[in-house]
Ligand binder design. Structure first.
Ligand SMILES: [Zn+2]
Length: 299
C-alpha cells in the first residue's frame, strides 16, 4: 500500500467546511488496510506537472496551482495543489510497485478520482489519477489496460479519457445515471467494443445484481488480454452509505473482488487498486480492507 499521513491533506473541507471529502476517511481506510498481515507500506511521491499532463491540459493544471479552478462540488484553493498532486503521485507509485518492483497488487486508498475531466475539477475530483495512472503504465510498457470501476457513480472522466483508445478498456458499474450523479453519462448507449457501462436501477436485489454483473466481468477481461488491471474500488454503492440508493451489501464487493482477482491470476497480470468513493467512513474502511484482503488471498 502506498501511504503516508501527508495524504490526509487531500481534504476539501479545508476550503469548504463540512465537505464530505475529508482527510480522515483515507486515514481510516489506510489504517484498516495496514492491519492486514503481509501488507508493506511504501511512501507516495509527488506527481510532476508533466505527469498530470498525461491527461490534463496545462492551462487547467496551472489554474489549480493558482487555486483558481473548481466547481460547486469541488472547491479548490492554492493549498490543495500539492495534496492533489501527492494523491496522483501515490497512484503513480502504485503503478511502479506493480510494473517495476514486482508486487502483484498495489493500493492507493487516496485515489480513484474518476470524475475529473482534462480541463475541469468535478465531483470531488481535482486530477484524474485513474487516467493518469493508466497512461503512465503504458509508458512503463503495459500497453493494454483494463479499468474496472465499481464506484456508485459513473466513471465519466475515465470513460472520456479512453473513449477513442482501443488499448484501454473502461468498464463502469454504477447506479443508473437517470437517478444519480453525473446524470449525463453512464448509459448503455455509450457502450462500444472497449467501453462498457452497467447501470443499476435502484430496487433490484443484491443477488440479482451479482448474478447479472459478475459473469460479464471475466467474459470481458479475459479476451481483452490486458497487461495491467486498474480497479476503482469505490464503495459508496453500499446500502449503509449515505450516497447510495442501490442495495449492495458486503457480498457484492467480495464476489466482484474474487472474480477480478481470479482473472488477474489466470492472465498473470498485476492489479492496482484505487480508493474512490465511500462516505460512511467506518464502513468504507471495513469494505476496503475486505476487498484488499480478498485480492491478496486470490492472487
Ligand atoms: Zn462515487
Amino acid at each position: 500500500m502506498i501511504w503516508s499521513d501527508e495524504l490526509t491533506s487531500y481534504d476539501l473541507s479545508v476550503v469548504q467546511p463540512g465537505h464530505p471529502m475529508r482527510g480522515e476517511r483515507c486515514k481510516m481506510g489506510s489504517d484498516a488496510v495496514a492491519e492486514i498481515e503481509g501488507v508493506d507500506i511504501l511512501p507516495p511521491r509527488y506527481a510532476f506537472k508533466e505527469e498530470l499532463a498525461f491527461f490534463h491540459k496545462m492551462d487547467y493544471i496551472e489554474a489549480v496551482e493558482r487555486g483558481e479552478a473548481g466547481d460547486v462540488d469541488t472547491p479548490i484553493a492554492k493549498a490543495l495543489f500539492d495534496p492533489a498532486r501527492l494523491s496522483v503521485g501515490a497512484t503513480l507509485r502504485a503503478v511502479e510497485a506493480v510494473l517495476k518492483d514486482g508486487y502483484k497488487i498495489a493500493v492507493n486508498i487516496c485515489g480513484g478520482w474518476h470524475h475529473a475531466f482534462e480541463d475541469r475539477a468535478r465531483g470531488f475530483c481535482v486530477f484524474n489519477d485513474v487516467a493518469i495512472g493508466a497512461r503512465y503504465a503504458q509508458k512503463l510498457g503495459a500497453k493494454r489496460i483494463f479499468i474496472i470501476d465499481w464506484d456508485e457513480h459513473h466513471g465519466d472522466g475515465t470513460q472520456r479519457a479512453f473513449y477513442e483508445d482501443d488499448d484501454v478498456f473502461t468498464l463502469s458499474i454504477h447506479q443508473h445515471p437517470a437517478t444519480q450523479y453525473p446524470y449525463v453519462s453512464g448509459y448503455e448507449d455509450e457502450n462500444h467494443a472497449t467501453n462498457l457501462n452497467i447501470p443499476i436501477i435502484p430496487g433490484r436485489s443484491e443477488t440479482e445484481i451479482i448474478r447479472e454483473v459478475i459473469p460479464t466481468l471475466s467474459l470481458k477481461i479475459r479476451p481483452f488480454k490486458p497487461d495491467l488491471i486498474i480497479v476503482q474500488m469505490g464503495v459508496d454503492g453500499h446500502k449503509e452509505d449515505p450516497m447510495s440508493s442501490i442495495d449492495l451489501g458486503d457480498r457484492f464487493y467480495e464476489e466482484i473482488s474474487k472474480v477480478v482477482a481470479r482473472c488477474a491470476k489466470n492472465l498473470g497480470v498485476g492489479v492496482v487498486l484505487l480508493g474512490g468513493g465511500g462516505f460512511n467512513f467506518p464502513k468504507t474502511a471495513e469494505l476496503w480492507k475486505m476487498i484488499v484482503k480478498t485480492f491478496m488471498e486470490k492472487m
